[in-house]
Ligand binder design. Structure first.
Ligand SMILES: [Zn+2]
Length: 232
């Protein structure tokens, strides 16, 4: 907006003693009112046949310059806003890549929680159960590489995905494993179907977040997901 007011100041128009002086961005025209000839005009106005036509031409040019300045300012503002919006979008995308986590399944009811004591576990529950019917889609909670895909004793058919040097997720009691060892998976990609294999009292997905591929290194998975933008 500063640009427009600057332009406005440059387009000075004053009426003094019957004379109109129009100064507009280097174009200077002084016309004696009532006269039939332009006293001074820019080259563009050489063929002007009357003062009023010169005044009109000058006013028209001033108006078009003002409009051009306004458009330029508006364009600059639009470009700045688009740039800002693009930067915000990029930041959000970068954050999503880092924090790109999803729940390991959908349409579930939360079952046994982490560290819960129960008759089915020798030690406290090492993961979070997502209660779903058998055959439900189980998906990678985050992008990574499959480091375990097979029978896991009490866990039945299970998958472990490595996401980082000290970050793994595990998916247990599956009825079907759809990935193989070493396979790279994307966040949300289907890796198998839920079931009730191994030491399980009914269909559900047992989900763990671990610091190693092995049992005994689990962390509280719901808290972990929440701190990574997922609210199970
Ligand atoms: Zn469980």
């Amino acid at each position: 907006m500063r640009k427009i007011s600057t332009m406005k100041n440059r387009t000075l128009k004053s009426v003094t003693g019957g004379r109109v002086a129009v100064v507009t961005g280097g174009l200077v025209a002084a016309i004696a009112l009532g006269s039939t000839a332009a006293m001074a005009a820019a080259p563009a106005q050489h063929d002007a046949t009357s003062a009023s036509s010169v005044v009109q031409a000058v006013q028209k040019q001033a108006a078009s310059q003002k409009a051009a300045a306004a458009k330029k300012a508006a364009d600059a503002k639009a470009v700045a806003e688009a740039k800002k919006a693009n930067e915000a979008k990029k930041a959000a995308e970068a954050k999503a890549r880092v924090n790109g986590w999803v729940t390991p399944t959908t349409h579930y009811v939360l079952g046994a929680g982490y560290a819960q004591a129960g008759p089915h576990w020798i030690h406290k529950h090492s993961g979070q159960d997502f209660v779903v019917p058998s055959g439900s889609t189980v998906r990678a909670a985050h992008t990574g590489t499959v480091v375990t895909a097979g029978w896991g004793g009490a866990y039945g058919n299970n998958i472990v995905i490595k996401h980082g040097s000290h970050l793994y997720t595990q998916y247990g009691h599956l009825s079907k494993i759809e990935v193989h060892l070493g396979e790279k998976v994307a966040t949300g990609e289907e890796i198998g179907k839920s079931g009730s294999t191994g030491n399980s009292t009914g269909p559900h997905l047992h989900f763990e977040v671990r610091t190693t591929p092995y049992y005994g290194s689990s962390v509280e998975p719901l808290h972990f997901l929440k701190t990574h933008g997922v609210n199970p």
